[in-house]
Design a protein around this ligand. Sequence first.
Ligand code: GBH
Length: 509
Amino acid sequence: MKSLLIFSSLCVLLVESKTIIEAKQSVRKFPDGFIFGAATASYQIEGGWDADGKTENIWDHMTHKEPCLIADCSNGDVADDSYNLYKRDVEMMRELGLQFYRFSLSWNRILPTSFPDKINEAGVQYYNNLINEMLKYNIEPMITLYHWDLPQKLQDMGGWANPHIVDWFADYARVAFENFGDRVKYWITMNEPREVCYQGYGDVTKAPRLNMKGIGEYMCAKNLLVAHAKAYDIYDKEFREKWGGTVGITLSATWHEPEGDMDADLAETINQFEWGQYAHPIFSETGDFPPIMKEMIAAKSAEQGFYRSRLPEFTPEELELVRGSSDFLGINHYSTFLVRKIDERDSFEVPSYWDDMEIVRYQPEEWEGGASSWLKVVPSGFYKLLHRLRELYDNPPIMITENGFSTRGGLEDDNRVSYYRLYLDAMLDAMDEGCDVIGYAAWSLMDNFEWMQGYTERFGLYEVDYSSPERTRTPRKAAFVYKEILRSRSLDPNYVPDTTVMTIDGVNS
Ligand code: GBH
């Protein structure tokens, strides 16, 4: 009797552990209609910084004036030379079996004066060549209008802090829609307003490094949102009926997790400042900046002797224009932070974004990470973010426009392979629950100019050799794994790629 009991409990144990292993190792399918791609951005890959009539943008300006602001004193003058090598880029998309490719336009390449009085034919031709080459092989173009390379001339006039930028951007958007809209159905107005505004206007970690703390980043935010909405409105009224495309915005959305149970409201507050600042005005039912942000900044401003809140107000017309001005929510997600309340250890400049929030965020040393200091592997944060976005904004269609991992280079990128698998798995968890994720783009198709980090941090599925004039591109292990995920439309944790030869097959041949 006793031995029978032992025997049967042993069976239960065996069965249990078996199901656990099976669950972890099972192959998970992606739903029909879900689309896969990869992403890049103009300044990070194109080079040709002054080719064929292109004029100077804020990154040209900054890197030429003060080269060693960049980790390796480099710049994007040549970068991946995609201005000349775009056919190889499309070949790589075919090798991977991408359904879409997300790239951005250089404003200065198309409009050398920043305005539509002079359209640079050579610039338009470059993008036509790229788009047409992709379409030959059934790869959908997805265009980002603004991925951080503002014309220097517009910066000299205040850039995103000048409300006139709403018209400047709207004119540029119209030129892009007119020239490429017959073939391009996916449009993204802005990439990561939080990085543009906070890092560029409220800090010194992106061009133009204005460091106008507690003021500049909020002026930028308002103008950028209205500019986005104006571009959306133009597409909606003038082009949608004819060409039937879709227009969205891409937000960088880091997940913030409370340190202990006590801090749940802190995590919520920082999430609202970080991405709610841009999501709430567009995707919430009421529109406008998040209430918590409005309250906190207004109170601080009054305390500090300002006559009005440092957070600008939308006029009722602007509020209505911005509300609902997106067909999908583009999300760039990389990592997660923990948060805690400020205490005597901390001191912030007053006024500033962080002082307005009174929150500190950090990542424990022991978290595994990539080459970028901030990029720790926390897939559960991706799941929680998607879950929360669904809750907050009535389950909007979400396009993952960037997700990826950095190394210092090398073809055997097992950490990147594992990152992609873990994050795609977390995304599937959210989708199983009903979250409406419609597509996913890996960042990045290939190594590129990683902003202040230059070429020291590598995000590519393909490695780029910057010492060769041909900028030779070689697939990493992650490229082969990503290819198999796209081919099988499933996630098989046990798949081991043959990395000896890369081929072009299927619909892209
Ligand atoms: C994206 O930015 C960009 O769109 C892309 O151009 C870039 O190459 C890619 O990701 C990789 O960096 O250091 O305190 O700001 C990502 C921006 C940077 C947002 C890190 C979150 C968190 C920590 N992310 N940031 S902090």
